[in-house]
Every structure is written in C-alpha cells, then in structure tokens.
Design a protein around this ligand. Structure first.
Ligand code: T4K
Length: 370
C-alpha cells in the first residue's frame, strides 16, 4: 500500500521555478490577455505539434465546442446527430446553441459513434454530426465524411480527448469541418483551463476571433454578436511550459498504460477497449469495461477501489441522454450498446506521476476478485 489517495488523474505541471520565470515578463508588459504575445506563440506551436492548419485558442474546451458550432450559423431547432457516451459538455454545446441533439448508438469495441447507424437518423432538419473521439479512440472519420458529403452535413469533432492523436499519419484535427480540443487541468496537455478550435481556413479563424472577442473589429466597430472566450497569457504560458515536458509526460503515461494492459488483459470479465481505427495513442485515459462474467459488477468494483483510497471514475455514466436536464426531451435512437457500456465502464487512474507500485496495487485489487 502506498497510503496515498489515488485519483483518476493528476495535473501535469512544469517545475515551479520554470513557470515563475516564464511569467516574469508579464510584470514588465502588464499585457495579461486579449490575444497577447504568448497566446500567439502557443497557437503557432500547437499548429505544428498537432499538425493542423490553424488553431484558435479559447478559454476552455467547452467554449471551443459551443463557439465552433455557433460559427456555422445553423437555423434554430436544426438537428445534430451526436453520441450520448460523452461528457455533458458535448450535449450542452449543442443545446446551448438552440439546436436539437439526436442521439446515435456507439460501437461496443471502443465507445465511438456507430457510423453504420447515423444514416437512419438523418431527417430534413439534420445539419451536422458532432462525434467524439472518446478516450482518444478515433471515430471512423472516413465513413462519417462520406455520409456528410452525401447529405451535405457539417462534421464538428469533439476531440477533447484526442490531443496529439494521428490517423494515417495526419493530425486528427484535420478531419471534418472543425475539431475542438480541451486543455483542461485533467487532460494530457493542459493550460490549466483552455481549449482550441482547429480552423480549416482563414475565414473560420476570423469567425472564431469574432465569436471569442465580442465581435469587436476596431475600437469603434462591433460587427457581430460574440462571447468572451479568450485564453489569458498566464494560461498560454502554462501551455508553453507544459509543451516542453510533453514527451516525458507521454512516456510516463505510456509506461503506466502498458503495465495496466499487461496486468489486466487476461482477467476474466475485464475488457480493455480496442480502438476500431488504427491510431497513435496519447494515453489520455485507461478505461475498462466490467463485464457480466467478472466477479463483481462495475459499481461494486468501483466501491472496492474507493475503500482502498483509489478513486476511479465512471466516465461516462449516465449517458448524457439520460441526464436529468436532457432525459425524454430529445429523439433517441435505440441506445442499447451505449447504455450497456455506460453501466460497465470505469476509468482507472492514469497520469504522469502515477507510481508503478500504485498501478500494481490497482491491478492486484481487481485481480483478487476472480
Ligand atoms: N468534451 C469532452 C468529451 C470532454 O471530456 C470535456 C471535458 C469537454 C468536452 C469540455 O472540455 P473543458 O471545458 O473541460 O476544457 C473532468 C474535467 O473537468 C473535464 O475537463 C473533462 N472533460 C471531464 C471528463 O472530466 P470532472 O468533474 O470529472 O473533474 P474533477 O474536478 O472531478 O477532477 C477529476 C480528478 O482530476 C480529480 O479527482 C483530481 C484531478 N484534478 C482535478 C482538477 C480540477 C487535478 O489533478 N487537478 C485539477 O485542477 O470533469
């Protein structure tokens, strides 16, 4: 026993002195926000790292998604096909734009939207698809694009979990009409709070600029109605510092991830999701599905871990479609697989500083049941 509480994640942080040194210039310039020097520098560095044409930084991942959807000016009440097996942010972003989520079932293999079930949900009111690369597992981007092209729909990816993931050697943010990332404290790469929209062209970048900065063009001209979704210089500097240590952070996560795989792959009733699409991994999360032939149900295992000060999380239970604010309000397809996964899923602790003995302790608690 390590006698330490173990949470599902723990923020990666640069050395204290490094961050303090990096923010010192702000005491000279007093320029703290509104697309400052560090904001611009982080945008450029992330464009290169993520291998995408253009990035617009935002105050968090949720605003990135909400504003990215808004950028397409869909008529009020239009339908968006999406997944319910996600964080509430995805569905909130649709509903807060006065659009109607239409929930599609997911694939049992990896929890991403089931592309074979999308077409049946399309109606004359459908304008877009908002899939989620859940846990960094990639949606079938090529099949989804084919459907979108056939019915003239936009595709906006929630890539909150997919920082740095590539598909066929291409940054995942290049797929669809837009993608968003989250740089929240709990993510693989963090700016404390933060997010970004990948823009395919200068027009989208300009639209995002308006949407995140009140629509202000000049001191005297406000051309459109916008929100305040800007990332501050303190957050951008945190990102620049974390970016320098990202390779080490990813290697540490990979080591823990592979140790979990080695320890759990043969445990009866514990299923480790396999990405349906070949992809590079970012080791963002370690989800398992607790199936019926395991000795305990998911909730019992969750409790047993908690009794040992290990706080795994039920990401994502309940489905967003079943949350109090959405239940019975929107069209649901048959969500059989999503409901099943949601009852079985548990995300185990995974972060840069997790110790090998902590991973081993979690594995042995899970194994001792069978
Ligand atoms: N789309 C998807 C698919 C998402 O998963 C998310 C966010 C979004 C969109 C929206 O992106 P953001 O607007 O958040 O950028 C957490 C995160 O707050 C959230 O970012 C994330 N997804 C979601 C899956 O998880 P909670 O409510 O579970 O977090 P919380 O506060 O319980 O923290 C979990 C653990 O993380 C703690 O036990 C300890 C650790 N932690 C937490 C914080 C806040 C740290 O180590 N440092 C910290 O500062 O939502």
């Amino acid at each position: 026993m390590t006698n330490e509480k173990i949470f599902v994640t723990r923020s990666s942080m640069p050395p204290y002195e490094e961050y303090i040194e990096a923010i010192k210039p702000l005491w000279e310039s007093h320029w703290l926000t509104n697309m400052g020097k560090y904001h611009q520098e982080l945008e450029h560095k992330l464009e290169m790292y993520l291998d995408v044409p253009k990035i617009s930084l935002t105050v968090n991942g949720h605003m990135a998604l909400e504003l990215a959807i808004q950028a397409f000016d869909f008529p009020e009440g239009s339908e968006i096909i999406t997944t319910p097996f996600t964080f509430v942010s995805t569905t909130h972003a649709i509903v807060r734009n006065r659009l109607e989520p239409v929930f599609c079932d997911v694939k049992e293999s990896d929890g991403t939207i089931d592309e074979t079930k999308i077409e049946d949900l399309i109606t004359p009111k459908t304008v877009a698809i908002v899939p989620v690369h859940v846990y960094g597992n990639l949606c079938n981007v090529n099949a989804i694009q084919k459907i979108a092209d056939k019915y003239n729909l936009k595709v906006i990816y929630d890539a909150a979990h997919a920082f740095g993931v590539k598909c066929d050697g291409v940054g995942i943010g290049n797929y669809g009409d837009a993608s968003i990332y989250s740089f929240h404290a709990t993510k693989v790469f963090n700016t404390i709070e933060g997010g970004a929209v990948v823009c395919k062209d200068d027009k989208m970048y300009a639209r995002m600029h308006d949407l995140k900065d009140f629509g202000i063009r000049t001191e005297e001209v406000t051309a459109s109605v916008g929100a305040n979704g800007k990332m501050s210089e303190f957050n951008a500097i945190m990102g620049l510092c974390n970016l320098k240590h990202l390779t080490d952070a990813l290697n540490a996560r990979k080591k823990a991830f592979n140790r979990y795989v080695g320890g759990l792959k043969d445990v009866k009733g514990i299923r480790i999701p396999e990405p349906a699409i070949a992809t590079t991994r970012n080791y963002a999360y370690f989800p398992i599905f607790v199936e019926s032939d395991y000795g305990l149900c998911r909730d019992e295992l969750h409790k047993r871990l908690a009794n040992n000060d290990i706080f795994a999380r039920k990401y994502f239970y309940p489905l967003t479609a079943d949350q109090a604010c959405f239940k019975n309000r929107y069209k649901n397809a048959d969500l059989k697989i999503a409901r099943k996964l949601s009852r079985q899923v548990m995300v185990l602790p995974l972060y840069e500083e997790i110790k090998t003995e902590q991973v081993d302790e979690i594995i042995s608690i899970i194994k001792e049941v069978n």
